[in-house]
Design a protein around this ligand. Structure first.
Ligand code: ADP
Length: 485
């Protein structure tokens, strides 16, 4: 059920704990299925609290040596890991498409993007500068150093099976921390392949472990452990809130990348073709299953009809199918629950007056494929504008004034990504200032890069990943008051 890999050892069906490939204590397993065919492609261990505690204990032992390595040593190991990922890009992409469903070209792109975080932090490892503060006292020097926070734990989602791991593990390792990762149950194979390559790169036993299995039990053991000093999570706001509560008892540092409800605003003065291209890029990538995907389109009255028509034409041309097939740009949704939700949101909107000008229903291919869809005459009181769709559906709402657009855009508890198109430079600055979001794409639908700080405000989370700031999330400051000078 899976194409043969050039390097079959990258298909790992065991957990990687303390440098060893292990099964669950009771031998229990979880099936991994291909969303395009429904076929079982592998099994991985269904671990729980006991195995997690062992992984954390191993991370604590490994920390003693790892935190004492020089930044240059850690940097070299990370660099080798990056090189290995790029060397095995094709196999890693195949594994990803088989377990996640995204088109092969997108999987290849994600592997390069995921690896870029490792390369970036291999470089940043050497630049974890402290500071010397001018002292108000003649006899005292004030020095600030940065130290690794210690043992970390990570819980990651299925929509970016590789990148959501490297953007956490790379800065953790660069900082001198050790880390235990629980990938999503839908996409463990990409995570285990990363562990295989990390081992080959020379990451010592216990520094990076991957554990698969029962989410609540593993998450419970991670959050309850006083050894774990930091939890980093990407996923839903509900689970993020739960984990934050669970971390209160041990006062862990937290990074949370949670849900979004990204507005995509098109002003009358926008470059129409650029806006359509940006809309396609930000909405239909990964079949709409990213937390920074545009969720709602706010289009000014003067350009609304032209934008709707051009977007519908472009969307109608998106080729849907099995992500392994050449030319396919939209694969299946991750599972049945995902397509049921998307279908429900579309039917609810249509039932309340929206029009599907292209798509609007499940795809003839069956399974979990949904037609790439554009809805017009959508209002902000419809569920499709308020909930994260996580599917290939663009709902278009008309607005009149700039103030209306900003008000509608901010009228959500979320604050991850926002996008807008305008050629008026004063408006660009005005609107950028007023949007309550962690990231704003201006005349672009693509914002993700390892060099920039990724993260949200409000219910979209805490902390930033990527850029030099991403390293600080895994470090603590130590202030040294050097007296008696
Ligand atoms: P999604 O809706 O994208 O699946 P989730 O927040 O449910 O988002 O999942 C993101 C990650 O959180 C996955 O690895 C999942 O296994 C994990 N997860 C879900 N529930 C819990 C929980 N109660 N404790 C710890 N991790 C959890």
């Amino acid at each position: 059920f899976m194409p043969t890999l050039k390097d079959p050892a990258l298909l790992r069906q065991a957990c990687y704990i303390d440098g060893a490939w292990v099964d669950a204590d009771d031998g229990d397993t979880i099936a991994v299925t291909d969303p395009a065919t429904g076929a079982e492609i592998a099994t991985v261990p269904r671990c729980g609290a006991a195995e997690t505690e062992r992984a954390i204990a191993a991370a604590e032992r490994a920390l003693v040596h790892w935190r004492e390595t020089t930044a240059a040593e850690r940097s070299r190991i990370l660099r080798r890991w990056f090189d290995l990922m790029m060397e095995h890009q094709d196999d890693l992409a195949t594994l990803m498409t088989c377990e996640q469903g995204k088109p092969l070209a997108e999987s290849r792109g994600e592997i390069a993007y995921a690896a870029a975080y490792i390369e970036w932090y291999a470089e940043e490892a050497k630049r974890a500068y402290g500071e010397v503060i001018p002292s108000p006292f003649k006899d005292r020097q004030i020095v600030v150093t940065k130290e690794p926070i210690g043992v970390c734990a990570a819980i990651t989602p299925w929509n970016f099976p590789s990148a959501m791991i490297t953007r956490k593990v790379a800065p953790a390792l660069a900082a001198g921390c050790t880390i235990v990762v629980k990938p999503a149950e839908q996409t463990p194979l990409s995570a285990l392949a990363l562990a295989e390559l990390a081992e080959r790169a020379g990451v010592p036993a216990g520094v990076f472990s991957v554990i698969t299995g029962r989410a609540a039990a593993i998450g419970g053991a991670m959050t309850a452990s006083p050894t774990v000093r930091k939890l980093t999570f990407t996923g839903s706001t509900e689970v993020g809130q739960l984990l934050m509560q669970q971390c209160a008892g041990t006062l862990k540092k937290l990074s949370l990348e949670l849900g979004g409800n990204a507005p995509f605003i098109v002003f009358d003065d926008a470059d129409l073709d650029a806006a359509v291209a940006g809309a396609i890029a930000s909405k239909y990538r990964n079949a709409g299953q990213t937390c920074v995907c545009s969720n709602r389109f706010l289009v000014q009255a003067g350009i609304y009809d032209r934008f709707a028509q051009k977007l519908a034409e472009a969307v109608g041309e998106l080729s849907v199918g099995n992500g392994m097939d050449a030319g396919v740009v939209q694969g299946p949704l991750i599972d049945q629950a995902a397509i049921d939700k998307v279908d429900h949101l579309v039917q609810d909107a249509v039932g309340r007056g929206a029009k599907a000008i292209t798509g609007g229903a499940r795809h003839a291919l069956g399974g979990t494929w949904f037609q790439p869809t554009v809805l017009t005459d959508v209002r902000d009181d419809m569920a499709v504008m308020r909930e994260e769709i996580f599917g290939p559906v663009a709902p278009l709402q008309r607005f009149e004034s700039e103030a209306d657009a900003v008000r509608l855009a901010n009228d959500t508890p979320f604050g991850l990504a926002a996008y807008f198109y305008s050629r008026d430079h004063a408006r660009v600055w005005r609107v950028s200032r007023q949007l309550e979001y962690g990231m704003v794409g201006i005349n672009t639908g693509a914002i993700s890069t390892e060099v920039a700080p990724f993260g949200g405000v409000k219910y979209s989370g805490i902390g930033r990943e990527g850029s030099r700031h991403g390293l600080d999330e895994y470090m603590v400051m130590k202030y040294l008051a050097m007296g008696g000078l």
